[in-house]
Design a protein around this ligand. Structure first.
Ligand code: SAH
Length: 218
């Protein structure tokens, strides 16, 4: 396949993904749909798996980690209603794909990834694609990023037993935090937390999910 041929094929696959997996299942946020029809997801997966990049499934990205299924990325992004002007924290940057989707819509994305190799790859991919509004740091994202806080929204791509308190603390009043809660492999639920103006929180459980676990050490 020529390079040009491949490029147009990718964009067709991407449109089909957006129509069938996202719009067809109720994703309505125009910014999310546009971002997901623009960002080349195949650039974020290992070359040997690129042909599967637009399928309805998560994929391995090395180091026993995965890039989330497109629908889950879209759902989590939609849940925080990304808008220009927002500063967003992402915990578990992995391949950098979700950070790129968010960076298409908000002012700045702060991504924390525990594993140095993945953080390095994500940084290289995002730089090659021209993103200048994503900052990536290696570390334990359950501690948040205090120097860059507070955030308008926080997205967590790994499952914790409990909601890490620093993330609630680093959320602006009126902000949203979306994360999988529950022990690894069983009974994880995708939760959407809203922080009220008086600092209290409301938590809504959505549906069961299966994310890699949030770990504290590489
Ligand atoms: N959003 C990513 C999904 C990556 S999977 C993407 O679009 O590709 C979740 C990631 O969370 C993994 O890369 C894993 O290494 C990372 N992770 C696990 N525990 C973490 C922690 N405490 N802090 C930061 N990242 C963590």
């Amino acid at each position: 396949m020529t390079r040009d041929g491949a490029v147009s094929d990718w964009s067709e696959l991407r449109q089909a993904m957006v129509e069938q997996q996202l719009r067809g299942r109720g994703i309505r946020h125009a910014g999310v749909l546009e971002a997901m029809s623009r960002v080349p997801r195949h650039e974020f997966v290992p070359e040997s798996l690129q042909r599967l990049a637009y399928e309805d499934q998560p994929l391995p990205i090395g180091e026993d980690q995965t890039i989330s299924q497109p629908y889950i990325v879209a759902y989590m992004c939609e849940a925080i209603d990304p808008q220009p002007g927002m500063r967003v924290l992402e915990v578990g940057t992995g391949s950098g794909y979700e950070a790129a989707i968010l960076a298409e819509m908000v002012d700045v994305v702060y991504g924390i990834e525990l594993l140095p190799n993945l953080a390095r790859n994500a940084h290289a991919t995002l730089t090659a694609l021209g993103y200048r509004n994503i900052h990536i740091r290696v570390g334990d994202g359950s501690l948040g990023w205090p120097e860059a806080a507070p955030f308008d929204a926080i997205v967590v791509a790994c499952g914790a037993d409990q909601v890490p308190q620093p993330l609630i603390d680093q959320l602006k009043p009126g902000g949203r935090l979306v994360l999988p809660v529950g022990p690894h492999g069983v009974n994880q639920t995708l939760c959407i937390i809203s922080k009220n103006d008086d600092g209290t929180i409301d938590m809504r459980e959505t549906f069961p999910v299966l994310f890699v676990p949030l770990r504290h050490r590489a």
